[in-house]
Design a protein around this ligand. Sequence first.
Ligand SMILES: Cc1cc2nc3c(=O)[nH]c(=O)nc-3n(C[C@H](O)[C@H](O)[C@H](O)COP(=O)(O)OP(=O)(O)OC[C@H]3O[C@@H](n4cnc5c(N)ncnc54)[C@H](O)[C@@H]3O)c2cc1C
Length: 735
Amino acid sequence: MTMDASASSQLEQLRDAIAKCLASAWPGGISTAEVADHLPNLWREVVASGQPTIGHPDSGFGIHAAIVAAIAHGAAGSPAPIIPAIILNLACHASAPALVAAMHAGRVMPAVAYARYDGDVAAGAVSFAGGKVDGDVQFVEDAGHGSHFAIFVGDGLAIVERTARGVGVHATPGLVRPAFHRLRLQDAPAELVRLDHAQLSDLALTARLLYAARASGAARTAFSLAAEHAATRKQFGKFLAQFQAMQHKLANCEIALRGSEELLRHAAKLQDAEDGDWRLFAEAAIAFSSSHLRQTSIETHHALGAIGYAEEHDAPGHFRRVHGDLCRMGGVMRARRALFAAVRSRPGEALPGIWLGARAEGFRQEVRRWLGAHWGDAARIAENRKPEAARGLNPDFCQRLAEAGLLSASWPAAFGGEDRSFREQLALNEELEGARAPYSLAVCISWILAPLVIRHGHDALKASILPRARRGEIVAALGYSEPEAGSDLSSLKTRAVRDGDDYVISGQKLWGTLTDKATHILVAARTDPEAQPRRDGISLFVVPANLPGITIQPHMAFYGHSFCTQYYDEVRVPASSRLGDENGGWALLAEALASERIFMGGKVRKLALIFDKIVAHLSERDESADAAHLGALVADLLAARLFAVRSVLVLEEGRTPIVEGAIAKAFSGELAERLSETAIDIIGTGALLGSEVDGVPLGGLLEHELRTSLMMVIGGGAAEIQRSIIASQGLGLPR
Ligand SMILES: Cc1cc2nc3c(=O)[nH]c(=O)nc-3n(C[C@H](O)[C@H](O)[C@H](O)COP(=O)(O)OP(=O)(O)OC[C@H]3O[C@@H](n4cnc5c(N)ncnc54)[C@H](O)[C@@H]3O)c2cc1C
């Protein structure tokens, strides 16, 4: 998934060079009515900068570079025919080198008619026979100025000169500018570049991917205008961006834009690597962009108000481009159906994974082998027979994980771990979640508490916690939330007062997951009641759960496990149980949250496997599926996986993925809810029955997943809070 640094910087240079070229050759403010006057000059500049060679094997720039170029042209609102140029390079470099060379030299300005490969039956068709073409095609872009038309015909691409006899070119104005054209061809002379059906299909798919990329660039620019507007325009005495409705609207747009960019990049990288999954990811990128970016474009206009509604403003031009590029060639419905068909026909897991690199994938295989040996069908069935409150909480299984070193795999070797990278941890977590392994009792200690102790604990604490944690003897819980501190955690009131070598803790905590099973609780307490901001007065303590003064009152959470109220009545702990500096707890909470983000990837893998089961269920029963509906979910699931991987890559760069984590959390939680709701709609009443019922669809998984999905949105920071983080820290909007 990661690209080496030199390739990545080469692409950045390409992006910057194109942006610079377009900034001078296509300055803002040229109204679309004047395109005819300015396009020849624009094309000259684009040719001079070498861009029409992109996609040619000799250029060194493959599909990823082509995507970068299309995004840059979209961002600049450029009408230069860069996409037809890329298509010609890909299709004609071997069989029509003279044509391609003339295009590189600026003597050919190309336009492409996709005809039967357009995906829209109204696009028309053209036949080629005896060196001539006949037919009628529409929705042809760039034809107003194009010197040569490359037309998809049964046997390949027919190249027709604009000035040839029998060629009629007619503008069909509408939303898209410059307008689409209709080509009427009657015995028009043509050269055939022979290509088979598979090659033509791939070319058309690549073109659709490039149009989605161009739309993504346009949507990003329009969005930046809206964000800037919101940060500078005042209404009701405040900047618009200070209103939460506006912040969350813009945060949603940012999520959509990043999802589109992630999928586009991933599809392009796979295509460059000749990985057959590129087609599936291309359909996902198109499906995701087609719905989410059009909505972004609409939201952008809402945010700009009347200022953006004037044709002189750039926003209408970008709106036209986004809709033009995403509604064409079959648009969202074609992409969703194709995507669902693609996952349905895959052997094994329906949804492809994201390659995390040789090391992490090697470790994944080790974990799979281990799970194969220790978590077989019989164990799984026995676990499922347990009452819901005990399911997933299997101390014996956790013990075996500990003995295999899997609970401490990510810890430094100095503390008995294996120094596994963040990506390896993600792979481990994906496998455990994918196998529905009963490891919940181990999560908090192994992945949250122990790493904090290693980094910030006193030696005495390390000695008392880490060896036992490695042996699987510790169960930890998080004591953060309070009656008046949920989302606003910094207002927590539980006090920790220094008394000699001890601290004395008093207060009440709520909703501690599995605290009734815990040996230790990570308690966030106030050590400075005067501190401003309030978050600067918080410290973290590792508190044995059996100390005098602690009362734990379990409640049953809606998804079937306990979460507990805890009372701390003058609980005395040694100062060595504090993590990090006094009043330095807030930064550690952020660190702990970053560790939790690794679990997001595992949760998304679990969602993907639930989707697999839905697909299998539909196949078994031969029910006709709502392919477009399910295809939309596939696109979202793949975006969610890429978001989770992105958070982990940021961690590997040594940064805390605050914004990336917030995006992953907000998107995946709400996706979990959508997935369950959609599955229930498709499967029907049976989906509401529990796992104890014989013959229940999907083993009774769905009703439980529906209940669990609510927790994914609320727990660990509710979706609104994530959106506020995206708005303030990701977009820099004023509070
Ligand atoms: C199953 C489960 C397990 C949990 N486990 C633990 C645990 O182990 N340890 C622990 O400490 N806590 C735990 N929690 C608590 C969890 O962290 C909180 O539920 C979460 O932080 C939200 O706080 P709250 O429930 O008080 O909701 P509130 O903060 O009251 O929020 C309620 C609603 O108001 C919205 N809202 C709040 N503030 C704003 C705002 N400024 N702008 C817009 N909307 C806002 C929220 O988004 C939410 O939709 C758990 C919760 C659940 C459901």
